[in-house]
Design a protein around this ligand. Structure first.
Ligand code: PEP
Ligand code: MN
Length: 375
């Protein structure tokens, strides 16, 4: 069971102490306190774990600090949606809102290469009013002899440039827990010119020790990629690892599944799962059309497969798009062949906005249907 306290309940108040005292003394039940700092209020949730079947919901709701109690199922206790669970989704980080209702675009370089390309990318984003980007510094590569990313060495100039161009959030994959500290130390030294969203790649979705380490910090939100060869349930449990360690600011990213059946695409595009993840959990959902499609193939309608896949995700309600761009793809050190070009940015952003608006309108037509059938 989950006890949701009244917003902004002071932890030194009598109401809180009495509530905690009661809950701590329930036989066979252990408690876990979870704090959520929203833009305007702080929310405290107390998870009651163990033998909770016999607990009386109304008795818990009568405790002085409790606003309401929710019976939660075993799966995805923190990030999941439970029966009668109307809790909001999402969070605000560095002034940018992430929720199941809005949309943020993270266009950028798959891998950081030279300052000139990072500069060109960020400048273009600034010109288009975009405040998020993707920049790979630590690259997990199939071949040990392939370029592994510039790592720690490029962080200072990447973050400085981000600050200069008004970028508020940089999605950056990390492959080892020591990278959290490298990023944090660098940002701190520079006076935090930008923010970072820690990305867990598909190859690390079930690296439980990495997930636990990332979950133990709550300075940085997390973008968790779906594992490309495991079930959706297994990937959602991986996200829950982060939350169970204390960090529930998690975005779930669909990026295609590895199977021959996906050909001619690099992976089988799985964006029909956008609404499924939103129904099962409270996480905002991201789509990565670049790593799903993996090429710049174009259909006879003049639209690239990457753009079509993006549209499919966004029209189904995706809340974030993570996409590879490069000013000179032929010079890119990783994934050049799938990168979109700078002169495609305007049209691509317009297409995404159109699809997001259409998703909103689609909700409207089905809402009317429900209202009419209520009469
Ligand atoms: C990436 O986004 O750069 C990446 C390596 O993605 P994935 O983990 O989905 O392969
Ligand atoms: Mn890539």
């Amino acid at each position: 069971m989950l006890a949701i306290l009244h917003p902004n309940t002071a932890l030194d108040s009598d109401a809180y102490r009495q509530t905690l005292d009661f809950l701590e003394n329930l036989p066979g039940v252990s408690i876990r306190v979870h704090e959520i700092q929203g833009a305007s209020q702080r929310l405290t949730e107390i998870y009651l774990l163990g033998d909770t079947k016999s607990l009386d919901k109304e008795e818990i709701e009568a405790l002085p600090a409790v606003e309401r109690a929710v019976r939660i199922s075993e799966d995805y206790r923190i990030l999941g949606r439970h029966k009668d669970d109307l809790r909001q989704s999402g969070f605000t980080y560095n002034g940018v809102e992430f929720s199941q209702n809005n949309l943020n675009i993270f266009a950028g370089l798959c891998a950081v290469d030279v300052p000139e390309h990072v500069e060109m990318m960020m400048q273009a984003l600034e010109q288009h009013g975009e405040v998020c980007t993707r920049m790979g510094a630590y690259k997990p590569r199939t071949n040990p002899y392939s370029f592994q990313g510039h790592g720690k060495g490029c962080l200072p100039w990447v973050f400085e440039k981000a600050g200069k161009h008004g970028i508020k959030v940089v999605a950056m994959e990390i492959t080892h827990e020591s990278h959290i500290e490298e990023i944090d130390t660098c940002l701190e030294k520079l006076g935090r010119p930008t923010g970072v969203m820690l990305q867990v790649g598909t190859r690390n979705t079930q690296n439980f020790e990495l997930l636990k380490a990332i979950g133990r910090q709550s300075t940085y939100p997390v973008l968790l990629k779906r594992g490309f060869g495991i079930t959706l349930n297994e990937s959602l449990n991986a996200a829950e690892y982060l939350a169970s360690e204390g960090n529930a600011n998690v975005i779930f990213c669909l990026r295609g599944m590895k199977t021959e059946a996906g050909q001619p695409h690099r992976n089988m595009v799985d964006f029909a799962h956008v609404p499924a993840v939103k129904r099962l959990t409270r996480m905002p959902v991201c789509v990565d059309p670049s790593h799903s499609v993996g090429s710049r193939e174009k259909s006879p309608d003049g639209i690239l497969d990457v753009m079509h896949a993006t549209a499919q995700g966004v029209i189904a309600g995706a809340n974030m798009v993570l996409v590879d761009f490069h000013p000179k793809p032929e010079k890119a050190l990783v994934d050049g062949p799938q990168a979109l070009l700078m002169n495609e940015l305007s049209a691509y952003l317009e297409d995404i906005r159109l699809c997001h608006d259409t998703w909103k309108k689609r909700q409207g037509i089905y809402q009317r249907l429900t209202e009419n059938s209520d009469i």
